[in-house]
Write a protein that binds this ligand. Structure first.
Ligand code: HSE
Length: 300
């Protein structure tokens, strides 16, 4: 009566698709151990790797809160569940940290109960977990963490999630500079109104990006990986943003931008070797500016 689940980190927005596009990385990710016990109630018994940052109260932690929501929804009263959360990725990084924990918890409780719910049925509960973690229920981290690959949130009301094709050589390099950017704050600084001309270029890019995924056209992907709406406001929170972009593009990146709400940045590449080179060069650049960072390179 115990399960052990891994859920992957994700990179939301895919440069031009704020709140509607996201993709799963093959690493890092979080792990949840869930055990059924006789004593009723849901308890977090251990959190490893969070530097004491996450709440352990069962109503405040997204993992236990989501486990409770599922048990309530299925009418399973008096269940005793003990949860261990092993954070294997940085918090507040722009890599969908809260989403990975939430999805691991939801997947684990569903597995423990014999899979009464489908992945799509689990998603609305994951959105509530995101709302608890950062004040807004966006789906572009939880959906790819749960479904894998690249996902499109075609609509929030009603929730409609579509899995997109992943061109075989599409990879990415991710750098997490150690500065604090909280999703909640990074959403509050955004403008609520946008110019029609910016909207036109943005939806052109999103449509081009989706077409490029279906046709495996890496040049089209490259032309489409631009963000007119969000990046100008948020990039000022990220140290050496333009210098990192310059190096990534010189190394052959298809595109470069902010991963989720930052401070991580992402460079998309054709092939893992270019992604690896970019990760090494950007880590060196930040080190020269005395900025600590974590670097990853990943298939999608
Ligand atoms: N789409 C969200 C945002 C992702 O950009 O705020 C947060 O990880």
């Amino acid at each position: 009566d115990s399960v052990h689940v891994f859920a992957p980190a994700t990179s939301a927005n895919f440069i031009c698709g704020y709140d509607v596009l996201g993709l799963a990385l093959n690493e890092p990710g979080d792990e949840v151990y869930l055990k059924r016990v006789d004593k009723p109630g849901i308890r977090i018994t251990k959190i490893i790797g969070d530097q004491g940052l996450l709440p352990t109260h069962p109503d405040k932690n997204t993992v236990s809160a989501c486990v409770k929501m599922i048990l309530d929804f299925l009418g399973k009263k008096n269940y005793g569940i003990e949860i261990e959360l092993h954070k294997k990725m940085p918090i507040g990084s722009g890599l969908g940290s809260s989403a990975a924990s939430t999805i691991a918890g939801l997947f684990a409780i569903n597995r423990l109960l014999g899979e009464p719910m489908s992945k799509k049925e689990l998603l609305p509960f994951a959105l509530k977990g995101e709302e608890l973690a950062c004040g807004h229920g966006h789906a572009d981290n939880v959906a790819p963490s749960l479904m894998g690959g690249i996902t499109l949130i075609r609509s929030y009301h009603p929730l409609e999630v579509i899995n997109l094709p992943v061109p075989p050589e599409l990879c990415c390099s991710i750098i997490f500079p150690h500065v604090e950017v909280q999703t909640r704050a990074a959403r509050q600084i955004l403008k609520n109104k946008i110019e029609l001309t910016d909207a036109v270029s943005q939806w052109g890019n999103i449509a081009g990006l989706i077409t490029g995924l279906f046709t495996e056209d890496y040049n089209l992907l490259s032309r489409s990986l631009q963000d007119k709406l969000i990046e100008p406001t948020r990039s000022i929170l990220i140290p050496e943003f333009e210098a990192m972009r310059k190096i990534a593009m010189e190394c052959g990146a298809l595109g470069f931008g902010i991963s989720g709400s930052g401070p991580s940045v992402v460079a998309f590449t054709k092939g893992i070797d270019t992604a690896k080179t970019i990760t090494i060069k950007l880590t060196e650049l930040l080190k020269d500016h005395e900025i600590e960072s974590n670097g990853y390179f990943s298939f999608i």
